[in-house]
Design a protein around this ligand. Structure first.
Ligand SMILES: Nc1c(C(=O)O)ncn1[C@@H]1O[C@H](COP(=O)(O)O)[C@@H](O)[C@H]1O
Length: 164
């Protein structure tokens, strides 16, 4: 396992699945699990402490509301932690965003946008790609496809605009 994807509840999975899908697209081994700082603090600490020795290289942690999971994991592991603010019924994820992003100096969490699990997956792949030429090549091909898709959309828009 190279990437550990964890979330505070299985109710986060519909959002967090996009991180797993992005990682899977690049063929990077990952695991996904429910780990909660609030509901299973001892297990959460164990997960964070053991992640590096189990071969995990990047942790993606998603949580909603009072989202303490990403920061607590970052406090017990030397691995990079990417936090995903999961939007809930109330406050539209602002609570989760602020809980994750405002970390004290010395304990970084790389926070993506509210609901931005796909970008979390892509960022984790980029972190691994920094020391993996094959993965870097795949990332560059992905970026090329992204550019072509954006360009094709622009072409369609320009053609439509020209008809007016
Ligand atoms: N923010 C946290 C933590 C934590 O940070 O440890 N554990 C669970 N939760 C969040 O509680 C929300 C509601 O969970 P339930 O749907 O299970 O009631 C979820 O978004 C979860 O991430």
């Amino acid at each position: 396992m190279k990437i550990g994807i964890v979330m505070g509840s299985d109710s986060d999975w519909p959002v967090m699945k996009a991180a797993a899908e992005a990682v899977a697209e690049f063929g990077v081994p990952f695991e996904a699990d429910v780990v909660s700082a609030h509901r299973m603090p001892t297990e959460m600490i164990d997960y964070g402490r053991q992640a590096a020795s189990r071969g995990i290289q990047v942790i993606i942690a998603g949580a909603g509301g009072a989202a303490h999971l990403p920061g607590m994991l970052a406090s017990v592991t030397p691995l990079p932690v990417i936090g995903v603010p999961v939007p809930l019924k109330y406050l539209d994820g602002m609570d989760s965003l602020l809980s994750i992003v405002q970390m004290p100096a010395g304990v970084p969490v790389a926070t993506v946008a509210v609901g931005g699990a796909r970008n979390a997956g892509l960022l984790a792949v980029r972190i691994l790609a920094a020391s993996d030429a094959g993965l870097r090549e795949k990332m560059m091909q992905f970026q090329e496809r992204l550019k072509e898709q954006a360009y094709a959309k622009g072409e369609k828009l320009r053609a439509e605009a020209a008809e007016l």
